[in-house]
Design a protein around this ligand. Sequence first.
Ligand SMILES: O=C(O)CCC(=O)C(=O)O
Ligand SMILES: [Fe+2]
Length: 210
Amino acid sequence: MLAAGESSAERLMTRNGMRRVPSPRVELFQCRDFVPPGLCAKLIDLIDANRRPSTIADDNGDAYFRTSETCDLDADEPAVSRLEELLFALNGIDPAHGEPVQGQRYDVGQEFKPHTDYFTPEGADYSRFCSVAGQRSWTFMIYLNEVEAGGATRFKAVGKTFQPETGKLLCWNNRRADGSVNPATLHHGMKVRKGVKYVITKWYREKEWG
Ligand SMILES: O=C(O)CCC(=O)C(=O)O
Ligand SMILES: [Fe+2]
């Protein structure tokens, strides 16, 4: 039995079409056509209606670290609850451990430079962001559209780059088997060169979200 806030490689791999990146350094998976195109289109409309400049916990003084726009999606929207159902059926993580679903929108030239989704232990912001819900555990990210050029997500430490495709899911465990944070999850949302890129990000916490 998994703990309420947990998923596992074994569980994820029971899904048709799920593929694991063959590296012992990271639990990283992709699954094409995870979200149907109609639902992707609805989520894009919601992001466009509510976007604001993205923020970041710690940009190391680089104002251009994350240049995209972000949108907190309303959990009462039918498209958002449908997405949450799809995620729960796949990962089995108690929704109480999830942060609210976010959408991200990248225009030409925008990117999210190499970063990890976990908060740096002992970092300046660790206690501020993790004191209640604990560390980020799993990331589930979905590409909502095809980008004309650029916009791939690169995991440098494991030599893997993913191209945006409508409905494609990427997911990874931000921790190693012993529970410590995993630096090999470093990833870069690369610059869009042509077109616009939309993604969903769903982060889970070790403890329940406030
Ligand atoms: O847009 C991407 O490819 C990556 C997004 C990301 O890493 C994030 O939102 O944490
Ligand atoms: Fe990220």
